[in-house]
Write a protein that binds this ligand. Structure first.
Ligand code: NAD
Ligand code: UFG
Length: 337
């Protein structure tokens, strides 16, 4: 029996594939490589010292998807595939709704047809929108403020309706906070196609000299130093959370939702200082205006994941900065050697 990983060539997917292989699971990976490179999977294979099947297909192509299910004995699906840029989703909402929602419908329909009813879905803290109180529990009101976040909420709703219609499904909705860092080997990591939108990959590109300086978006937020506070979580901790979710989903039925974060909030300035101290690289920065749509602070209450999944993040800010830097330093051009 295999675990099907959609979007497995991507940032979080590749780290999770490695953890799955290291734990002895057999995996099958689907990715259309729209935001990733095949090289990430070559390196996963190299690190795990084992091979696995890869299908370069689009989840929008239902016929191709059926082939994967007919050719393999799939036990459960971890569904990472999706587009994830908030800005892009505002510019091209239909593309985002089509890619993220339609592909999930195709996936669920095909899973149902082949009797595979166990799924872990990559949701996001983005579904909470403006945070009313921190730390954010899973009960916090859901009000995403951009199309990307709305695709996640729509998919969560679809999966809940699916479970209501058929109680033999078993589904975990995982709401990630801010994934950063890279595998300790420095062989796999985050490889943004363009100018990074997110803070950590931007910082690492400043550190390596690809960008002059970081723009800190706003220093007048209601936080300890005026800059935005987020819950940064090491990608390997996050990947391990999926194995815990799998252990819950496989032997049971039901649907449940979990925050995956550290429960600790760091500001932009905390991250810059942490990066400088850990890597001895200087990160020049300037303060600019707030980025539209940003909120002042967001960090997770992770009690539920700890109690029900038996999972807690173990890596600290130093690990996150060190591993990001190691990946960037060893791979200045990402997977384009
Ligand atoms: P990523 O872009 O690195 O990985 C997603 C992968 O899915 C890519 O390899 C892409 O090529 C593939 N893909 C996209 N659409 C596809 C389709 N129609 N068919 C087949 N493959 C397709 O992103 P990531 O950071 O690894 O994120 C993984 C998941 O986690 C996404 O669903 C994302 O929305 C979610 N998430 C990410 C973050 C974050 O900050 N990285 C935060 C919260 C949630
Ligand atoms: N920031 C800067 N300068 C930059 C980039 C970011 O100051 O160049 C600041 C932001 O204003 C924010 C913080 O750094 O205060 C973090 O910003 P990111 O873009 O790294 O992360 P966000 O919290 O805005 O969003 C990310 C993903 C979303 C996801 C969310 C929660 O982009 O898709 O985390 O998981 F939903």
């Amino acid at each position: 029996m295999s675990i099907l990983v959609t979007g497995g060539a991507g940032y979080i997917g590749s780290h999770t594939c490695l953890e799955l292989l290291n734990a002895g699971y057999e995996i099958v990976v689907i990715d259309n490589l729209s935001n990733s490179k095949l090289e990430s999977l070559n390196r996963v294979s190299e690190l795990a010292k084992t091979d696995f099947k890869f299908y370069s297909i689009d989840l929008l192509n239902k016929k191709a998807l059926e082939t994967v299910f007919s050719e393999n004995n799939i036990e459960a699906v971890i569904h990472f595939a999706g587009l994830k840029s908030v800005n892009e989703s505002i510019e091209t909402p239909l593309h985002y709704y089509h890619n993220n929602v339609t592909s999930t419908l195709n996936l669920c329909q095909t899973m149902g047809k082949y009797g595979v009813k166990k799924m872990i879905f990559s949701s996001s803290a983005n579904v909470y929108g403006e945070t009313k109180c921190v730390p954010v529990t899973e009960e916090h009101p859901l009000n995403p403020i951009n199309p990307y976040g709305r695709t996640k909420l729509i998919i969560e709703t679809i999966l809940r309706d699916l479970y209501i219609s058929d109680h033999s499904w078993s589904i975990a909705l995982l709401r990630y906070f801010n994934p950063v860092g890279a595998h300790e080997s420095g062989r796999i990591g985050e490889d943004p196609n363009d100018i990074p939108n997110n803070l950590m990959p931007y910082i690492t590109q400043v550190a390596i000299g690809k960008r002059d300086k970081l723009k800190v978006f706003g220093n007048d937020y209601d936080t300890h130093d005026g800059t935005g506070v987020r819950d940064y979580i090491h990608v390997v901790d996050l990947a391990k959370g999926h194995l815990k979710a799998l252990e819950m989903v496989i032997p049971t039925t039901g649907i449940d939702v979990f925050n995956l974060g550290t429960g600790v909030g760091y500001s932009v300035l905390d991250l810059i200082k942490g990066y400088e101290n850990t890597t001895s690289q200087k990160i020049p920065y300037i303060f600019t205006h707030r980025r539209p749509g940003d909120i002042d602070k967001c960090y997770a209450d992770t009690t539920k994941a700890t109690k029900k999944l038996g999972w807690t993040a173990t890596k600290n800010l130093e690990d996150m900065c060190y591993d990001s830097w190691k990946w960037q330093k060893n791979n200045p051009n990402g997977y384009n050697e």
